[in-house]
Design a protein around this ligand. Structure first.
Ligand code: NAI
Length: 328
C-alpha cells in the first residue's frame, strides 16, 4: 500500500525512514505540500494519506480523496478536530490516529512554558546575551506550595498533574471523569478551579462544548496574577478576550503552544512575511506572553512513537484488523 504524506518535514521523513524497512508492505511518498481539497486532487495510486494537525481534512478534502481512491486517512497526531469524521464515514474512508505517543513530552513542554513565563527566561536569555546582568523586572514566584489547576486529566493532564505534584504544588483538577491514578489530586468544579489556581493548564480536547471555554467570563473568575498555559488547542481560548484580560493585568504570565489562527503559521518559516493576523501579532507584543509553535509533541521519543503507531495502523488496516486507534 502506498501512503502519501502531506506536510512532510525532514524530521517526519527521518523518523519514518528509520523504521520503514520493517514494513515491506508499505511504500511511503513524502509531499511537502499541505493537505487541502486542491492538493488532495493530485493523489494518485495511494490508498492511504497521512496528515497532521495543520492539515485541512474537512468534508471537501474527504470528498476529493474519495474520488482519488483513498480509503484510509492516517493522522500522525492525537487531536482530530480538523477531520470531518461524518464525511469520512459517508465516503467509506477509515480515519486512524495516534492517541497517545508521549503525554510526558507535551506535559513537560507545558511546564517549560509555565517556568519560562514565571521566571522570565525569555527576557533573561536575551538580556544576558547583551551583557545586561540586571535583575530588574525578572522577579518570579515559587511554584512550591502554590495551587495548580489542571483542566482535563486524561493522558497529558495526568502527566502534568504529576509534574506539578513533584514541584510541591497542591494539585486540583476539573474533568467529567476522575482519573483513578491521581490519588493526590482533588477534583473540583470548574469555577472553584478558576478561582483558586495560581497556575491553570489546559489539557482537554477541542470540542463544541470546550470551544472558547476560556473567555472574558471565565477569565474574570480567575485569581489575579494567575499563570495560564495552553498546550491543547487554540480554540479553547477566545483570543480577543485573553488579550482584554492581559491588558487588565489579570495574568502574571501566559504560555501558549497553541493559539487561534495558528494554522497558517504552524511549522512554517514566515520570517520575511508581514503577518496579517492581528490577534497573533497583538499576543506577541506582550512581555508576559510566550508563544511556541505547536511543539509540545516534539521530542525524539514522541516522534518515534508516532511513526511506529502510524505504520502499525496502516498494517492493521491492510489486514482488516482493528488497532483500537480508529476514529470511525
Ligand atoms: P485524553 O483524551 O487522554 O484526555 C482528555 C481529557 O479531557 C479526558 O480526561 C476528558 O474526560 C477531558 N475532558 C473532555 N471534555 C472536557 C471538559 N469539557 N472539561 C474538562 N475536561 C474535559 O487526551 P490527551 O492525550 O491528554 O490530549 C489532550 C489534548 O492535548 C488533545 O486533545 C490535543 O488537543 C492536545 N495535544 C497537544 C499536543 C501539542 O503538541 N501541543 C500534542 C498532543 C495532544
Amino acid at each position: 500500500m502506498r501512503i502519501t504524506f502531506f506536510a512532510a518535514k525532514s524530521y517526519d521523513k527521518e523518523s519514518f525512514n528509520k523504521i520503514k524497512d520493517r514494513y515491506p508492505e508499505l511504500t511511503l511518498e513524502y509531499w511537502e505540500t499541505e493537505l487541502s481539497p486542491k492538493t488532495a486532487s493530485y493523489v494518485k495510486d495511494s490508498e492511504a494519506v497521512c496528515a497532521f494537525v495543520s492539515s485541512d481534512v474537512g468534508a471537501e478534502t474527504i470528498r476529493v480523496l474519495h474520488e482519488q481512491g483513498v480509503k484510509l486517512v492516517l493522522m500522525r497526531c492525537a487531536g482530530f478536530n480538523n477531520v470531518d469524521l461524518e464525511a469520512a464515514t459517508k465516503y467509506g474512508i477509515k480515519v486512524m490516529r495516534v492517541p497517545g505517543y508521549s503525554p510526558e513530552a507535551v506535559a513537560e513542554h507545558a511546564m517549560a512554558l509555565a517556568m519560562s513565563v514565571n521566571r522570565h527566561i525569555h527576557k533573561a536569555y536575551l538580556r544576558v546575551r547583551e551583557n545586561n546582568f540586571s535583575l530588574q523586572g525578572l522577579v518570579g514566584v515559587n511554584f512550591y506550595g502554590k495551587t495548580a489547576g489542571i483542566i482535563g486529566t486524561g493522558k497529558i493532564g495526568a502527566a502534568m498533574a504529576k509534574i506539578c505534584h513533584g514541584f510541591g504544588m497542591n494539585v486540583i483538577a476539573y474533568d467529567m471523569y476522575q482519573n483513578p491514578d491521581l490519588d493526590f489530586v482533588k477534583y473540583v468544579e470548574l469555577d472553584e478551579l478558576l478561582a483558586i489556581s495560581d497556575l491553570i493548564s489546559l489539557h482537554c480536547p477541542l470540542m463544541d462544548n470546550t470551544y472558547h471555554m476560556i473567555n472574558l467570563e471565565t477569565i474574570n473568575k480567575m485569581k489575579d496574577g494567575v499563570i495560564l498555559i495552553n498546550t491543547s488547542r487554540g480554540g479553547l481560548i477566545k483570543t480577543d478576550d485573553l488579550i482584554k484580560g492581559i491588558r487588565e493585568r489579570k495574568f502574571f504570565g501566559v504560555g501558549l503552544d497553541v493559539y487561534e489562527e495558528e494554522t497558517k503559521n504552524v511549522f512554517e518559516n514566515r520570517e520575511d512575511d508581514i503577518l496579517d493576523h492581528s490577534t497573533t501579532s497583538r499576543l506577541l507584543s506582550f512581555p508576559n506572553v510566550i508563544v511556541t509553535s505547536h511543539q509540545g509533541f516534539f521530542t525524539e521519543e514522541a516522534l518515534g512513537a508516532i511513526s511506529e503507531t502510524t505504520m502499525n495502523n496502516a498494517i492493521a488496516f491492510l489486514k482488516g484488523e482493528t488497532a483500537g486507534t480508529e476514529l470511525n
